[in-house]
Design a protein around this ligand. Sequence first.
Ligand code: ZN
Length: 179
Amino acid sequence: MEKLEKFNPDQLKIVNNSVAMAEELVSNSYKMSEAQWLHRRYDVKTLADLCPDETTDGPFAQIVRYKGQLKDTSLSSSTYDFYKICLQDHSILAALKQSHDMELFPFILYIVVHELIHIVRFSKFIQNFDASREEKIAEEKRVHEKTREILSFVKVAGLTDVLTFYNKWRMTFDGLQNG
Ligand SMILES: [Zn+2]
């Protein structure tokens, strides 16, 4: 694969801060306590930590589902779903270059809030990961609406520009894949 552009160290710092804020916003919105939150059930990774299968062109992120196994047991019923949010640095950076009024922090905030809502809904069995195409499209619309609702209470520089960007956005936003 051609060499894809990755976040530089300064950008990675911004991404980390934005991810931390996204986690707080989503857990608060679903009134999940620290103990109820999805610790060790998901991870957010950037291109530097993705294998070729987890990299995709077009979407800004994709969720790859893995089966985890609890330690000290070999029973298959003790497996759990683990979700890896795979941020696609190259697509995010390309969108930022095209839309000069957008900034990295609020853009990542939207993307990660959106992906975390998906994962909360999967983990609460509100939505099935392996849904039909029609269901996935309907779910996508619901998740965008919920993202907007959560972010409507947030004061972050540049967020309005990101919301305007998504009003016009008609391309695939993210993908779901089994690992
Ligand atoms: Zn989505």
